[in-house]
Design a protein around this ligand. Structure first.
Ligand code: KG4
Ligand code: ZN
Length: 341
């Protein structure tokens, strides 16, 4: 099956052509620079930028895959969750392409696509979701932080999620408090490499709670009060690096400890992680080390599949259609608040 997928849930305009579990092309046009001056994503600007970029990005994806529109067997797009006006652009365009070509269309849950993204590349080189099940999966991005039990291919249940801010949001908001550019996650990652993670002791929210929920707003508030009391730290480059390393250490310790605790409790042998924050080098290192120590097989999403991309949408859509999932009826709309079950 040759499938075109579109993703416009937030600030990346992306199109991809997939076939047989392989991403033939994946074009991503990022709007980071556009939103940086506002310190966060401005929904109206994001939608307008998607409108400008979607056609060239889609053409580029088809060209890079050497696929003509009449060779497409199906079309997919992110249906939710996400920014309503941003979702509308990609979802409606994909529905229209499917309608015009009389091909099936499938709306995809953004987090479900992140969930299966660790299985897209690596060994074997084409996506095989049936490996290492059951597993416990950490989805950690700018909008969500959750633990999911994957029982078998396409069968999963959410164990817990954040009760307030997501981990990526915590990186971005604490970074903003330190005057770092948006999104601050990658910048904190970079500065933390030469900082001391033990320099400052920030709280590890819900670390000792036996449930699978997360909470990161308390950590953000604690950093805010700390900087209010010690503004001089922001004038010293090494202190900023130490702050980054200490904040990152708190976030990563919570994510790693709770993921492995859930995996042990559920009796699985495999752990996976996906979503934008999975780009974080300390998180990747700590998960790798802890899984090795405790005897879990770890599957991390490829760096280029961690942040938002249409490739993961397309691979999941193809799997679902081949597994018999019914196409999304043409009268269905976007689902901005769609929760993963
Ligand atoms: O999955 P994603 O691209 O979009 C959402 O679905 O939210 O994730 C974006 C989030 C942002 O909060 C960004 O700061 C964070 O991922 N992020 C990182 C790193 N790279 C991206 N956080 C920490 N370290 C990184 N290297
Ligand atoms: Zn995402």
């Amino acid at each position: 099956m040759t499938l075109l997928a579109i993703e416009t849930s937030c600030d990346e305009t992306s199109a991809s052509v997939v076939r047989g579990g392989t991403i033939l092309s994946s074009i991503i046009s990022s709007q980071i620079k556009l939103h940086a001056e506002y310190g966060g994503v401005v929904p109206e600007l994001a939608a307008r930028e998607h409108l400008r970029n979607l056609v060239p990005v889609t053409q580029a994806a088809l060209q890079a895959a050497r696929v003509q529109p009449d060779q497409l067997d199906a079309v997919a797009a992110t249906q939710g969750p996400g920014l309503p006006t941003a979702l509308l652009v990609g979802f409606k365009a994909a529905q229209a392409i499917a309608f015009a070509r009389e091909k099936p269309f499938l709306g995809i849950h953004h987090h479900e696509a992140h969930l299966y993204s660790p299985w897209i590349s690596g060994d074997p080189p084409t996506a095989d979701f049936s490996l290492f099940q059951p597993n416990v999966s950490l989805i950690v991005s700018g909008g969500h932080t959750m633990l999911v039990l994957v029982e078998s291919e396409l069968k999963h249940s959410v164990l817990g999620s954040t009760t307030d801010d997501a981990a990526g949001e915590c990186f971005d908001k604490t970074g903003k408090l330190m005057g770092l550019p948006y999104p601050a996650g990658p910048e904190i990652d970079r500065l933390a490499e030469t900082g001391n993670p033990k320099a400052f002791d920030f709280p590890r929210p819900l670390l000792n709670d036996t449930g699978d929920d997360f909470s990161f707003s308390g950590l953000k508030t604690s950093v805010r009060y700390f900087l209010h009391d010690h503004p001089e730290l922001l004038n010293d480059a090494q202190s900023v690096r130490n702050l980054c390393a200490s904040i990152q250490a708190a976030i990563v310790e919570v994510l790693v400890t709770k993921t492995l605790r859930a995996a042990k409790r559920k009796g699985v042998r495999c752990v996976t992680a996906s979503g934008g924050v999975t780009c974080n080098r300390t998180l990747r290192r700590e998960l790798t080390g802890e899984c090795k120590n405790k005897g879990f097989t770890l599957r991390l999403a490829d760096q280029n599949l961690c942040t938002d991309n249409a490739g993961m949408i397309g691979v999941l859509a193809e799997r679902k259609l081949l597994a018999g999932t019914k196409p999304t009826p043409p009268d269905q709309e976007i689902a901005p608040g769609w929760e993963l079950a």
